[in-house]
Design a protein around this ligand. Structure first.
Ligand code: ADP
Ligand code: ZN
Length: 730
């Protein structure tokens, strides 16, 4: 059904809509006819809904009753490769096609009638009189590099009233123009002089360039230590893609990384790429969606969902920091953007570059086996050396109660900030304290809706459930024994660590980086810019600091608790800890001065900690891979998680037991089912959750068996079932 054809007026066509209907419906082509892949509006009962022309109609019923398409939208028809990709992705993730199509049409106002409108952009005159509000308008216009906004967008983004903007139009500081709805993006110039590549960078770039020029599918692991120039190298692959007249997509794991990336693109190609993530305005998203489909944007940088943009001719997908857990979408359609990138590329003759200093085990194994190509960049660019790594044995450190920074680390911090350098303290825990306990009765405050402890957030002055987001004030009396004033925080979060730092280093300027402390991507970006410019002495952060930032003055990284990730029974614990600690350590010494990473641990002889320190990665990966292979776990075997949830515990458990008992479709492919067991978090938002795990051989037709298996038992109305292929934790 992925061929393209034209349907004449009144031809019987099948239209896939975004409504959860199970299958495409038949309609009649409109007067002007339509192409396969055309975006259309069709009547459904009394409503009009969005759909895509999927192929010829099925027929086989009273043809007189088939209604015509209401209207063909102004968007370029969805390319055949894209339709094929959605179908394959739906099969892989066991997602119904309408839900898949919703992912691919997440651009607001797609169905709006086209027509000119007024947009606002930077004017030619400086304001005669500068005010705060006017300054914010100009900053906003600068920040988005020449983009045009509608009046309401600009006023919302700049936080000013519309009359401020109208006032600026009168004096020429803001230009008001009639614009077609969607402007093409400025062309990027691939042949603008790039940085002169050095050492193994040039060979790496040349290999990627050739792969792109070949015009066929292939995946390459670009493995290079932090600061080795992976970005510089893959930008050359982007350049080649542009020369070929095709489109490139770069996925980044964190919005906060985009602004540095945008500037680098602008420097290399003379203009900015399209940008796609939650911080982008609605108008801009709509424009990017359409331009991607028309092939009028050469490069897009975005979050994982950018993978579902309707690119007309995608020639390259880069997944930067490919090991990052944020590539896994954990809500709604459960997919891993890294795997979907490979799938999409294979269907559209594109190259994939997976860039990382610490690739995930699956990728490492795929490179070992020759399924992926592999390029290594082994040294940092220029004079920057990799940081020295040292463990601090916490058993020797004599920590006082409620202190987390040992004397050795504290001494190193004093030393560095005394020299005008920066220190980063890493603790992967948001909030003030992970547990609030009653000193009278031992009760721990939990969420009312989830099986999770509430985490105190002192900046918010509230307890927060990290599962469902529920918050409540910190109570005065214990909810259990009613004792007053006996509730106490236990354990550290970044906010509490910040308190310790403020007390011990009263003259140091602190910056705390934790995703929940920033109201907007812009605020986070400002703080990151401030740090990079030397506006902080000590940086305290959760895992958002581990990702790709470049802080030239940073020479010391202290990992407060390297053991944190090693607890628990998660099979990926070792891999995750290895990646995270190596990543965050890699922030040190990226400038001219050498870096040091101090790792606080109570178990310095643990194999993972030893691998982190020695840097003997290949040995570490080999050992991990052998372990997985022995256990028949991914990537050597396949897993699927089935999460069942319902308001009533008995219902979920009974249904889970019933499913587990009727496992014939699974046994037929040699798969095993484990459970039901309480899910890792057994209650979320008032729903009880049970998990079944299915384990199969790599070659077994897992998806088909799963579909047959869950399809044979009718589920109660209150029950929700979701299937997670390749779950992240197991
Ligand atoms: P990675 O992506 O591997 O962490 P980057 O590409 O960000 O590494 O490079 C690290 C730093 O070194 C950046 O500031 C980058 O501009 C600089 N750099 C890397 N290669 C070169 C080069 N060939 N010429 C000039 N600067 C470079
Ligand atoms: Zn909760």
């Amino acid at each position: 059904m992925t061929e393209t054809g034209f349907f004449d007026a009144n031809a019987l066509i099948s239209v896939l809509t975004t409504e959860p209907l199970g299958r495409p419906l038949d309609y009649r082509a409109p007067e002007e006819g339509c192409w396969t892949g055309a975006f259309v509006e069709v009547p459904l009962g009394p409503r009009r809904v969005l759909g895509v022309v999927w192929g010829p109609g099925e027929g086989g019923y009273d043809l007189a009753k088939v209604r015509p398409v209401t209207r063909v939208l102004e968007a370029a028809p969805m390319a055949a490769a894209m339709r094929g990709f959605l179908m394959r992705a739906a099969d892989y993730t066991l997602t119904p096609m309408p839900a898949m199509l919703r992912l691919a049409t997440r651009a607001p106002g797609l169905a709006d009638p086209p027509g000119p409108r007024k947009v606002y952009r930077k004017g030619w005159a400086e304001p005669d009189r500068m005010t705060d509000a006017r300054g914010r308008v100009l900053d906003t216009l600068d920040e988005y590099g020449g983009a045009a906004f509608t009046l309401s967008e600009l006023s919302a983004l700049a936080g000013v009233s519309t009359s401020v903007i109208k006032g600026m139009v009168k004096i020429g500081a803001v230009a008001e123009e009639e614009a077609p709805r969607d402007l093409p993006y400025p062309a990027l110039d691939p042949d603008l002089q790039g940085k002169a590549l050095a050492g193994d960078q040039s060979g790496a770039a040349e290999t990627l360039r050739r792969a792109v020029a070949g015009g066929r599918y292939g995946t390459t692991l670009l493995k290079g230590v932090t600061g080795s120039g992976k970005t510089e190298v893959y930008l050359e692959a982007v350049a080649e893609t542009l020369r070929q007249g095709r489109q490139a997509l770069v996925l980044l794991p964190e919005i906060a990384l985009t602004s540095e990336f945008l500037s680098r693109v602008e420097e290399r190609f003379g203009a900015r790429p399209g940008e796609w993530h939650s911080g982008v305005t609605q108008t801009e998203r709509r424009r990017l969606w359409r331009m991607a489909g028309e092939g009028r944007v050469g490069l897009v940088v975005g979050a994982r969902s950018a993978l579902f943009l309707p690119f007309r001719d995608l020639g390259l997908i880069v997944v930067d920091e490919e090991h990052d857990t944020s590539y896994k979408q954990e809500d709604g359609v459960l997919y891993n953007a890294r795997d979907m990138a490979v799938l999409r590329a294979a269907l559209t003759d594109a190259q994939v570059v997976l860039a990382s200093a610490t690739p995930c085990l699956e990728t490492w194994v795929n490179a070992e086996s020759g399924k992926y190509a592999r390029i290594d960049l082994t040294s940092r660019f220029g004079t920057a050396e990799l940081p020295e790594m040292r463990a601090i044995d916490m058993r020797d450190e004599q920590l006082e109660a409620n202190r987390w920074i040992g004397p050795t680390l504290a001494g190193a911090v004093t030393d560095r900030i005394g020299r005008g350098e920066q220190a980063l303290l890493f603790l992967n825990r948001r909030g003030y304290a992970p547990v609030t306990i009653c000193r009278a009765c031992g009760h721990q405050i939990g969420c009312d809706h989830c099986d999770a402890r509430m985490v105190e957030h002192r900046f918010l002055k509230r307890l927060v459930c990290h599962q469902c987001g529920e918050t409540k004030p910190v109570p005065v009396a214990c909810p259990n024994c009613k004792a007053e004033g006996r509730l106490a925080p236990v354990g550290p979060g970044v906010e509490r660590l910040a308190e310790e730092v403020a007390a011990r280093f009263p003259d140091a300027r602190l910056a705390v980086l934790s995703s929940d402390l920033f109201s907007s991507a812009r605020a986070l970006k400002e703080t990151i810019g401030k740090i990079a410019g030397g506006g902080a002495d000590i940086i305290i952060g959760t895992q958002i600091v581990a990702k790709g930032h470049n802080f030239p003055l940073l020479t010391l990284v202290g990992v407060i608790d390297a053991d944190l990730g090693l607890q628990g029974s998660d099979l990926r614990a070792a891999e995750r800890t290895f990646q995270l600690v190596r990543q965050v350590s890699g922030r040190a010494g990226r400038g001219e001065r050498p870096g040091l990473a101090l790792i606080q641990t109570y178990q310095p002889e643990h194999p993972v900690i030893r691998a982190i320190l020695s840097g003997e990665e290949e040995a570490f990966w080999r050992a991990e891979a052998a372990e997985r292979q022995r256990a028949g776990m991914p990537p050597y075997g396949r897993l699927a998680g089935i999460i069942l949830s319902a308001p009533d515990a008995q219902t979920v458990f009974d249904f889970g037991t019933e499913l587990a008992r009727r496992d014939a479709p699974l046994r037929r492919i040699g798969a095993q089912v484990f459970g039901p067991a309480p899910a890792p978090i057994a209650r979320v938002r008032g729903r009880h959750r049970v998990r079944l795990l299915v384990k199969a051989d790599k070659a077994a037709p897992l998806q088909a068996a799963l579909a047959a298996w869950v399809g044979q038992v009718k589920s109660p109305n209150t029950l929700r079932l979701s299937i997670d292929i390749d779950p992240q934790s197991f």
